[in-house]
Design a protein around this ligand. Structure first.
Ligand code: PPE
Length: 322
C-alpha cells in the first residue's frame, strides 16, 4: 500500500466568510452533505513562478463551481468576487507560494432526508502544498493503468459535468480496484464501452505516425468531467501544430496508440506507459507527450506571453503581464 501524507494541521481555512484555525474548520456529523454526498468542489493549482505566484485559470474553476452547484439547484451564498478574494487570501494568509486550492460548497446541518431544501449551504476554501498527484517519477516515466471493472457514471444517471462530491464514490471504487490490481491508476469506460476518463483525470491518445501527430480525446459531452486542463492542453497541442480530435475513443484505440496521457489539475500532464500489461508505444514517456508537458509547464510558470491571461496573480497589483 502506498503511504499517503496527511494534510497539514496548521494554517487557516476560509469557512463561511471568515478565516478559522485549520483544526477548527469542523462540520456536524448530521450535515446533509456527509449523508448524501450533496456538495460541489474544485481543485485549483497555484504556481510559484519567477514573476510571482499565479493561480491557473481561477475564473474558469470558479465558473465550473457555480455551474456544478446550479446543476444540483444549489445556491452558493457568496458571489464570484467574494470567492475570488477568499481563494487569494487563503493562499496569502497561509504564506504559500505553490499550492493546491480546494473550494467546496455543501449542504450543511439543518434536517436530514434527501431533499436538501432548507439546509444551509456551507462554503470553505483550503489550500496546502500538494506535489505531483501520481508521484514525481510519474511525470517523467509514466504510470501503469488498468481498465476498471466499474463503468464511469452515466450522464443519464448524474450530471457528470458537475464536479460533485458524491460522484467521487465511482472514482473511489476505481482507484481501490486499481491499487488492488497493482496499477497506479484506473481508466474507466462509459456505459457503452468507450473510454471515458480516469478517476480524477481526462485522457488523451496520440497517433504519432500520421503525417501530423493527432490527439484523440473523448468528447466533452460524453461521460466525463470536461477538465480545464483538458481544454488547455487541446489549445496548446493545436499551437504546437498537432491535430486534436474529440470523438468516442475505443479501448483498442487506446491500447494501440503511440502515446497515452492523463490531464488534470492534480495530475497535470502525466504519461501512461502501460495499460493492463500492454506497453504503450515504447513504454516510456512519448515525444509528443513530452512536448505538451514542456509547453504546459512553461505556461503555468508564466513563461508564455500568450497565456499570461490564464494566470491570475495571488497578490493584488500582481505582476501579471510583466
Ligand atoms: N475528471 C475527473 C473525474 C476529475 O476529478 C478531474 C479533476 C478531471 C477530470 C480533470 O479536470 P481539471 O482539473 O479541470 O483539469 N480532478 C481533481 C480532483 C483530484 C482529487 O483526487 O481530488 C483535480 O485534479 O484537482
Amino acid at each position: 500500500m502506498v503511504e499517503r501524507e496527511g494534510l497539514p494541521e496548521e494554517g487557516k481555512i476560509w469557512f463561511n466568510g471568515e478565516f478559522v484555525a485549520w483544526k477548527e474548520a469542523r462540520v456536524h456529523v448530521l450535515s446533509h452533505g456527509l449523508h448524501y454526498g450533496s456538495g460541489v468542489f474544485e481543485g485549483i493549482r497555484c504556481y510559484a513562478t519567477p514573476k510571482g505566484s499565479f493561480i491557473f485559470r481561477l475564473q474558469e474553476h470558479l465558473e465550473r463551481l457555480y455551474r456544478s452547484a446550479e446543476l444540483y439547484k444549489m445556491k452558493i451564498p457568496y458571489s464570484r468576487e467574494v470567492l475570488t478574494a477568499a481563494v487569494k487570501e487563503t493562499v496569502r494568509l497561509n504564506r504559500l507560494d505553490a499550492c493546491y486550492i480546494r473550494p467546496i460548497a455543501f449542504y450543511g446541518y439543518h434536517h436530514l432526508g434527501v431533499n436538501p431544501a432548507g439546509c444551509p449551504v456551507d462554503c470553505a476554501v483550503a489550500a496546502w502544498r500538494w506535489g505531483s498527484y501520481l508521484g514525481e517519477e510519474a511525470l517523467e516515466n509514466g504510470i501503469k493503468c488498468t481498465f476498471s471493472a466499474w463503468r464511469r457514471i452515466d450522464p443519464n444517471t448524474l450530471p457528470v459535468t458537475a464536479k460533485a462530491t458524491g460522484h467521487y464514490l465511482n472514482s473511489l471504487l476505481a482507484v481501490q480496484d486499481a491499487e488492488e490490481r497493482g496499477a497506479d491508476e484506473a481508466i474507466l469506460l462509459d456505459n457503452k464501452g468507450f473510454v471515458a476518463e480516469g478517476p480524477g483525470e481526462n485522457i488523451f491518445a496520440v497517433k504519432g505516425a500520421t503525417p501530423t501527430p493527432t490527439l484523440y480525446t473523448p468528447e466533452a459531452e460524453s461521460s466525463i468531467l470536461p477538465g480545464i486542463t483538458r481544454a488547455s492542453v487541446i489549445e496548446l497541442a493545436r499551437d504546437l501544430g498537432y491535430e486534436v480530435v474529440e470523438k468516442p475513443v475505443t479501448k483498442e484505440e487506446l491500447l494501440s496508440a503511440d502515446e497515452v496521457f492523463f490531464t488534470g489539475t492534480a495530475a497535470e500532464v502525466s504519461p501512461i506507459r502501460e495499460i493492463d500489461s500492454v506497453k504503450i508505444g515504447n513504454g516510456k514517456r512519448g515525444r509528443v507527450t513530452a512536448k505538451i508537458q514542456k509547453k504546459f509547464f512553461e505556461v503555468v510558470n508564466a513563461r508564455e506571453e500568450k497565456y499570461l491571461r490564464w494566470l491570475e496573480p495571488v497578490s493584488a497589483g500582481g505582476e501579471r503581464g510583466e
